[in-house]
Design a protein around this ligand. Structure first.
Ligand code: 5AD
Ligand code: FES
Length: 350
């Protein structure tokens, strides 16, 4: 079966065998990429029209107890300039976000034990008390199931936890012994069971990633069936063990975005900041390849540059309001418009 036929079958069956995924990933010619992007965009349009969802991202701590080899805020990076936002700071970001029209707040941070379960519960409760109609997304890494249950009871609606790679051997190349893929996968299953809208995801072109690893990512995602999938290119950070590794490519990221859209046409799929970092029109190209979510930064400008997961991150000097306008223009330049709706009721649109 040739690649075009495989893409057609993926659209029909929503699944492929591992060997077929490998073939698909390995045959990313320009013609195949265009074919996939065209199909992906048509599917996104069918499910979401010309609407792009916007989520306000609040990076509230860059302390992290983990030591992932790829990440700029890993605990061994003594050069990282650490910060934490107080509950008051976080609420001020929400206020600004609300004023700019955001209806989803994403609280993202390193795995920082300073924010105990009690603290997170307080923060989530207070945001939901002030903005009962808004969605709160947490992205604070691996915790106990019981903690996830408490956050959910406090009002958190969604949780993002990238699995990073679904292959054990590859996972070991990216993480120290203290972390495990099986625990991470368990967290994702717990989150789904508890009732969160759940997001997983991976980096494209991370060191040692093979087509077979990516095939396993697709199989894992197909089985998990998350509501959201976050992918972006791996970008080396100068103060990590991967400083001299090669960056993931624009072409492969766009191709994989398209394949994800075709596999799960109603999924919420962001064009990430990492994608915008490797190409000046990365987000627009992401949308044209099938993405339908943008996550601009709402963090205070004073801390932006410190949340440095990789080198060269864009939008670190811009006020939230500027980002909002800039995004609007970018989205309109490719024939779409941003919407502030929560975007989790698309069954009505179907
Ligand atoms: N390049 C690209 N993405 C990265 N992330 C962490 N470090 C890097 C990097 N060097 C991603 C991880 C993590 C998310 C918050 O950021 O996938 O889950
Ligand atoms: Fe941040 Fe353009 S989106 S400045």
């Amino acid at each position: 079966m040739n690649t075009i036929e495989l893409i057609d079958r993926l659209e029909q069956d929503k699944s492929l065998q591992k060997e077929e995924w490998i073939t698909l990933v390995e045959s990313a010619s320009e013609e195949n990429r265009e074919y996939a992007a065209h199909k992906a965009r048509a599917l996104a349009d069918r499910y979401y029209g010309k609407e792009i969802y916007v989520r306000g991202l609040i990076e509230f701590t860059n302390y992290c107890k983990n030591d992932c080899y790829y990440c700029g805020i890993r605990c061994s990076n003594k050069k990282a300039n650490r910060y934490r936002l107080s509950e008051e700071d976080i609420l001020a970001c929400c206020e600004e976000g609300d004023r700019l029209g955001f209806r989803t707040f994403v609280l993202q941070g390193g795995e920082d034990p300073y924010y105990t379960d009690d603290k997170i519960v307080d923060i989530v409760r207070e945001i939901k008390r002030r903005y009962p109609e808004h969605a709160v997304t947490l992205s604070i890494g691996e915790r106990e199931r019981e903690s996830y249950e408490r956050f959910f009871a406090a009002g958190a609606d969604r949780y993002l936890l990238r699995h990073e790679t679904a292959n054990d051997t590859h996972y070991r190349k990216l993480h120290p012994e203290s972390m495990s893929l099986s625990h991470r996968k368990q967290c994702l299953r717990d989150l789904k069971e508890i009732g969160y809208q759940t997001g997983c995801g991976f980096m494209v072109g991370s060191p040692g990633q093979t087509a077979a690893d990516l095939a396993e990512d697709f199989l894992f995602i197909h089985e998990l069936h998350p509501e959201m999938i976050g992918i972006g290119p791996f970008i080396p950070h100068q103060d990590t063990p991967f400083a001299n590794e090669t960056q993931g490519t624009l072409e492969q990221t766009l191709y994989l975005l398209s394949l994800l859209r075709i596999m799960q046409p109603d999924v919420l799929l962001p064009a990430t900041t990492a994608l915008a970092t490797i190409h000046p029109r990365g987000r627009e190209l992401g949308i044209l390849a099938g993405a339908n979510v943008l996550m601009p930064n709402l963090s205070p400008v004073a801390v932006r540059a410190k949340y440095s997961l990789y080198d060269g991150k864009v939008c670190t000097g811009d006020e939230a309001a500027e980002c909002r306008n800039c995004l609007e223009r970018r989205v309109e330049s490719v024939g779409y418009h941003t919407v502030v709706a929560r975007g989790d009721n698309i069954s009505i649109l179907r």
